[in-house]
Design a protein around this ligand. Structure first.
Ligand SMILES: [Cu+2]
Length: 248
């Protein structure tokens, strides 16, 4: 017969252990170079990756799920290439014949920073939507670990440097869906913008589900006061903002 107080302690210890094991496993995994997952949906709407900015020299595993009615292939290649998968030793960055409902994975470490794309090139000629561009940043790019809670923003850093690219890794640690917007300190839902490859890009990541991580790569050309905020209705008012400075 185990006394009730003992069960209580076991319960608490188990929770404590769970958390400890969880975080220890994460740092150990990073040290050993266990790949970071990049979920990719290959659907009727095209290719939707969970991350659009990766870091050179770090291992990734692209977990590609085909939700479309047709069979597709998946390749990683330089931006604007056509059916030219990256190669490493005798390995090619591709997965062929992914049937409807199937998931395939491709593990890859990018040795060089640059502009890349993921594509189903065999279909790309008739379906240009099956291409999605992403960037690989140099290994020494500073990364900010941003946490979105219910209802707070933990910015990771409160002083950044102008003219330097930063990779914001934004994780939703809350129970509600959040978004991540970078804007001037006095603004409300006016994300910073830039033009990249002729298209307007906003400094934000929308629809971040609980537990999900999205990334935003941003360079601040102008010093000043800024904030990271969530503009899901009511969240900003509930405290979802964190101020930071960009110094010259
Ligand atoms: Cu929110």
């Amino acid at each position: 017969m185990v006394p009730k107080w003992f069960i209580g302690i076991i319960g608490v210890t188990a929770i404590g252990l769970g958390v400890t094991i969880g975080s220890a496993a994460t740092s150990e995994a990073l040290a050993k170079g266990t790949p970071t997952d990049v979920a990719v949906e290959l659907g009727a709407e095209g290719l939707t990756p969970s991350r659009t900015a990766l870091v050179a020299g770090q291992p990734y595993r692209f977990v590609v799920t085909n939700t479309d009615a047709a069979t597709h292939s998946f390749i990683l290649e330089p931006a604007d290439a056509s059916n030219t998968p990256l190669t490493m030793e005798n390995k090619q960055a591709e997965a062929d014949g992914i049937a409807t409902g199937q998931t395939a994975s491709v593990e890859w470490t990018f040795s060089e920073p640059g502009d890349y794309q993921m594509a189903d090139d065999r279909a790309a000629k008739s379906e240009p939507g099956l291409v999605s561009q992403f960037v690989v940043v140099p290994a020494d790019t500073p990364t900010l670990t941003v946490q979105l809670g219910d209802f707070s923003v933990t910015p990771g850093s409160t002083e950044l440097q102008a003219g330097k690219p930063y990779l914001f890794e934004v994780t939703n640690t809350g129970a509600a869906t959040h978004e991540f917007v970078v804007e001037p300190a006095t603004a409300v839902d006016e994300p910073l913008t830039k033009v990249a490859n002729g298209a307007k890009v906003e400094a934000e990541a929308e629809d971040i589900a609980p537990g999900q991580t999205k990334v935003v790569l941003w360079t601040f050309p102008t010093p000043g006061d800024y904030q990271m905020a969530c503009h899901v209705p009511g969240h900003f008012e509930a405290g979802m903002k964190a101020m930071f400075k960009v110094v010259p």
